[in-house]
Design a protein around this ligand. Sequence first.
Ligand code: FE2
Length: 176
Amino acid sequence: MGFSIGQLEELLPELQEISDPALREGVLKAWALALERGGWQVSDLGKIPFTLLIPTGTSLLEHTRRVTRMARAVARERENVNLDYIIAGGLLHDVGKLLEYERRDGKVQKSRSGELVRHPVSGYALVLEAGLPLEVAHIVLAHSSEGEKVKRTPEAIIIHHCDFIDFEIAKGKESG
Ligand SMILES: [Fe+2]
């Protein structure tokens, strides 16, 4: 591993809001696994675009943190929503993009792995491999169109919408 868990922890300050230490550790583990498998460095996280669908200056790291904070704000206004799952799910919803993308010819592009398996599915697998509960893996799996095939939990509904708010606004900016 070409980086320390401490470095990763510093980039994701929202982690500190997860009350369950095992959950916090699992989130870090899933990110570490994804970095390692995708061949990325921690310092790449601020440079990988959050989407390849539109030109964007927003990094995967910024998007991840923003969606997490937006979801946290929504969750605080609701009863019966698990805040730990919201923070963990927000921080992990796009972790599979580290496998979906690769740097080729100096450019971030879709990888072969990404052509075969979309990031909600590869992210789901990483999250389970990191030992996190199915409720968190479900948020990752269901945050995008894959979620239309299952019944989203309240936490997954919140992450799904916050993710699309960020994406739609970025899209709107691009098209003027
Ligand atoms: Fe996504």
